[in-house]
Design a protein around this ligand. Structure first.
Ligand code: ADP
Ligand code: GN1
Ligand code: MG
Length: 356
């Protein structure tokens, strides 16, 4: 189906007039296809859900709507100040539609906002971390058991390692031989999984599970936080993982797929800003042990996402959207470079958590 026919179908379903209708891609997400559908008066974010990644899209939408309702309730009593990403129903009241076998949903477009791929400075990092912290705090009394596990074991490193080994053995696209260095490096880090499996006294919480910097929106006018978005992987998890994903995506001055590996480093002022920004809204709930566990998250997330990129590369690029054949390998090398630099600076970075 061409773009204009698709735009017409979507506009009919979601009740937009077709006068001056436009449909254009937005953002840089790796999983879904995200587009802006707009006419002269209205704008909607429309998203084709990736059903290879999310085989039960109805459950995903249901999860996100439960969170949306909880946050709306919190906002009504002034306990949540950010904007809430709301699903928009079709004319007949559905939240998920089928167009030629593909699943689409619509979300309210947050006007006057922008997302970042690389954090510019410590102030911006603190704003982002604080927004994710507000989101986590607002979900504290939400029963995460209500959430369907849309991707089971999402942050289970042992399971990710098992998949990695399985893909190495299968070598379906013959890339294993050329990746021996990266593979050996990964094998040397597997004790991280034991650290995660042996965690004690760290509670499972309702988590976002994808707190990368482009999953929040900043205000174009004030540069303050506008909204936390991409609620697709909200499930029970550990705050250390949400903290770790912020470290992963905010601390490096280079984008996640940059090949300038000598520049991929953890910026200490940004790490400090993340600790400060995220911990503040969590103060009433967080335990000391949980705060100290953030160090594990700071190590695990860059390594685990690097491992997932490499796994996908060895598997022939079936999971993450890529722009060229080496993209996943470049991303993996980038994440490993960041992980190495984080580990190298353990004393300083851990010290920032301990000070708090
Ligand atoms: P994916 O699941 O593929 O990562 P996202 O939901 O994160 O998709 O959306 C991708 C990008 O689209 C975001 O990083 C953001 O730039 C933009 N975006 C998504 N939803 C909205 C929204 N409701 N309002 C404004 N921009 C949005
Ligand atoms: C994906 O959807 P997006 O681009 O926000 C992925 C995350 C990874 C991230 C790496 C459902 O996030 O887990 O950390 O790419 N989402 C899913 O950039 O797998
Ligand atoms: Mg996203």
């Amino acid at each position: 189906m061409n773009t204009s026919a698709l735009a017409t179908q979507l506009s009919e379903q979601f009740g937009l007039s077709t006068e001056g209708l436009k449909l254009n891609p937005i953002g840089n997400g790796h999983i879904n296809t995200t587009m802006l559908l707009r006419n002269k008066a209205q704008a909607l974010v429309v998203q084709k859900l990736n059903t290879d990644v999310f085989p039960e899209p109805e459950q995903l939408v249901n999860n996100a709507r439960l969170i949306e309702q909880h946050l709306t309730h919190k906002a009504a009593s002034d306990q949540y100040q950010l904007e809430i990403i709301k699903h928009v129903p079709t004319q007949s009241g559905d939240y998920l539609i089928d167009i030629q076998g593909e699943k689409w949903r619509a979300l309210e477009f947050i006007r006057g906002s922008y997302s970042e791929e690389v954090v510019q400075n410590a102030a911006q990092a603190e704003i982002a971390a604080n927004a994710f912290g507000q989101f986590a705090a607002a979900l504290q009394d939400f029963d995460a058991e209500q959430l369907y596990p849309v991707i089971p074991n999402f942050h289970n490193l042992s399971m990710r390692i098992a998949t990695f080994k399985h893909k190495i053995a299968a070598d379906v696209v013959g890339r294993v031989a050329a990746c021996q260095n990266e593979i050996a490096f990964c094998f040397d880090q597997f004790s991280l999984a034991d650290e995660l499996d042996n965690l004690t006294n760290v509670p499972l919480r309702p988590c976002h599970n994808d707190t990368k910097i482009n999953n929040m929106l900043f205000c174009k006018n004030t540069e303050s936080a506008k909204a936390v978005i991409d609620l697709d992987t909200c499930m029970p998890g550990y705050w250390l993982c949400d903290f770790g994903d912020m470290v992963r995506t905010c601390c490096s001055p280079e984008a996640e797929d940059s090949t300038a590996l000598e520049q991929v480093k953890v910026r200490h002022d940004i790490f400090h800003a993340l600790v400060k920004g995220y911990a503040k809204p969590l103060t009433p709930f967080i335990t000391e042990q949980e705060l100290l566990s953030f160090w594990l998250g700071a190590k695990v997330l860059p390594f685990m996402i690097g491992l997932r990129f490499l796994t996908d590369y060895l598997d022939g690029d079936n999971y993450f959207a890529i722009k060229h054949p080496e993209h996943n390998l470049q991303r993996a090398r980038n994440q490993f470079a960041l992980y190495r630099d984080i580990v190298r600076h353990e004393q300083t970075l851990k010290g920032m958590l301990e000070q708090l």
